[in-house]
Design a protein around this ligand. Structure first.
Ligand code: NDP
Ligand code: MG
Length: 380
């Protein structure tokens, strides 16, 4: 039996991880954490019988304790609770499927405790990659990508340890607003932005995909995971989402991973790495595809992508500024407090405002997040 813990078990990645557990039957879930959805969390506790579960607020934790009083499960809360989930002694793998910088401290704790990380929570790597990657190396811990593009790159790199990456081709669907200009994006409403053409995901990443900020975060995620320079990463718009990403090697050979858009494949690959397992669901049928198309991203309209490259090139705490500003702005957009285009305006304003720190400590990363939040609250 493989033993895993999941941060964010009630979300899009979390529930798909549990689908795999249900299907494969040889994974034991030892610990799970959610934000506030205690109804679903209770169902998951009853089905998967973890010994530890966490919710964010102590009040909700108390409610859950009463609901699960007949079971042998300890319920914890807050950041302390997430740290306990991350380091639960029995688990071998931590699936990080929570959203945002909240994942940094639990990820660090899990690495320090020697857990393999199945990483979906890209915001952690974007903001603290400079701390996470050396720490993982020190503790001989593997960070296995769950993000579909990064899993595709990782799969393309198998058996290539001796060979240098020339270039990473990071594919992007282009999102629901592909082909539109800024004028046409002015009046975009929350409902419009929540409709992704190919993937069904949590709200925050769905908005990020529509602005191409998600691709910007993924560029930074790739830099840390595969140790490449910004100029080695080429974003290619590929609306069919069949080629999940590719690697070009020094001899010009391009190796890619293809498939239907189904997050369960990269999740399962990370859980059983380096082995593959059968997976139910639709298979890629090349005869069903009329064409595969590729074009350069429109970074004038979708300036979030160019801002991400700027943030990556400036380095230090600037990727944290980019990410924290986006997290806050997306939450405000979802609350209908700002317009769609204000999301990237806010990111840019924050990147111009906050002082650069070249080699930020964990405290300085978290302080930068706070400074960004305060600046946004004072201005918008
Ligand atoms: P969702 O919004 O669907 O799920 C988020 C999960 O985190 C939920 O279980 C939520 O609990 C939990 N959560 C929220 N706040 C807290 C908190 N304070 N403490 C503990 N748990 C909390 O997100 P996704 O699954 O879409 O995304 C998760 C991560 O994976 C993100 O970083 C995203 O960028 C990345 N990712 C997602 C992909 C996808 O297809 N969805 C693809 C590639 C990457 P609750 O339900 O109670 O709110
Ligand atoms: Mg992705």
């Amino acid at each position: 039996m493989k033993k895993i813990a999941i941060l964010g078990s009630t979300g899009s990645i979390g529930t798909q991880t549990l689908e795999i557990v249900r299907e494969q039957k040889d994974i034991q879930v030892t610990a799970i954490a959610a934000g506030s959805n205690i109804e679903l969390l209770e169902q998951q506790i009853r089905e998967f019988l973890p010994s530890l579960a966490a919710v964010w607020e102590e009040e909700k934790a108390n409610e859950l304790r009463i609901k699960t009083a007949d079971l042998n499960v300890k319920i914890v809360s807050g950041m302390e609770g997430l740290l306990e989930i991350a380091t639960e002694p029995e688990s071998e793998i931590l699936v990080t499927a929570i959203v945002g910088m909240l994942g940094i401290r639990p990820t660090i704790a899990a690495i320090t405790a020697g857990k393999t990380i199945a990483l979906a929570n890209k915001e952690t790597l974007v903001t603290a990659g400079h701390l996470i990657m050396p720490l993982a190396k020190k503790h001989h811990v593997q960070i296995l990508p769950v993000d579909s593009e990064h899993s595709a790159i990782f799969q393309s790199l198998q058996g290539e340890q001796e060979n240098r990456i020339h270039k990473i081709i990071l594919t992007a669907s282009g999102g629901p607003f592909l082909g539109k200009n800024r004028e046409e994006l002015k009046n975009i409403q929350v409902e419009d932005a929540l409709k992704h053409p190919n993937w069904s995901m949590g709200k925050k990443i769905t908005i990020d995909s529509s602005t191409l900020v998600n691709k910007g975060l993924e560029v930074m995620e790739a830099k840390w995971l595969f140790d490449v320079k910004p100029e080695q990463i080429q974003v290619t718009v590929h609306p069919q989402s069949v080629i999940h990403s590719a690697v070009e090697f020094e001899d010009g050979a391009v190796i890619a991973q293809l498939g239907t858009p189904d997050m369960r494949l990269p999740i399962q690959y990370a859980l059983y790495y380096p082995n593959r397992r059968s997976l139910s669901g639709k298979r890629l049928d090349l005869f069903e595809l009329s064409s595969l198309t590729f074009k350069k991203p429109d970074t004038e309209t979708f300036c979030g992508l160019s801002l991400a490259f700027t943030a990556m090139e400036r380095g230090g705490n600037i990727p944290t500024v980019f990410n924290a500003a986006n997290e806050k702005a997306v939450a405000m957009f979802l609350d209908r407090k700002i317009s769609y285009l204000a999301i990237t305006d806010i990111i840019e304003a924050c990147m111009n405002q906050i002082d650069i720190i070249k080699h930020p400590t964990l405290e300085q990363v978290l302080d930068t997040e706070q400074a960004v939040y305060e600046f946004i609250e004072s201005r918008w």
